[in-house]
Design a protein around this ligand. Sequence first.
Ligand code: 5GP
Ligand code: ZN
Length: 112
Amino acid sequence: MGDCIFCKIAKGEIPSDFVYKDENVVAFKDLNPQAPVHILVIPREHFESALKVDNDSVWNKLISSAVKIAKELGLEKDGFRMVINTGEQGGQTVMHLHLHLLAGRNLGWPPG
Ligand code: 5GP
Ligand code: ZN
């Protein structure tokens, strides 16, 4: 998608702090971190939101990559959270599917 910021990040057109890349997925540090670890994991392919995913392999790759990154960062012991905001009340502000990987503090529950 021409003007999608996360498509541009995935293509390397915007400098980003990448922590993981493969043929399907890239992951980079959130610009405005909400926790000591705050990484965005995205499919290279553009989906406007979770509602537009038409292929379960997208979920497989996205979530398995996020778990792999969490393990690589040593988050197994203290734990972490994976979040996919969807739509207006879900708090989605960037219209390219992304998974937030959050860790490094007690995140609390329920969310505010
Ligand atoms: P959402 O609110 O859509 O679930 O999450 C979007 C996230 O993308 C926010 O946490 C925001 O800080 C992050 N973000 C927005 N634009 C950029 C950007 O250009 N670079 C990076 N690294 N993060 C961004
Ligand atoms: Zn996009």
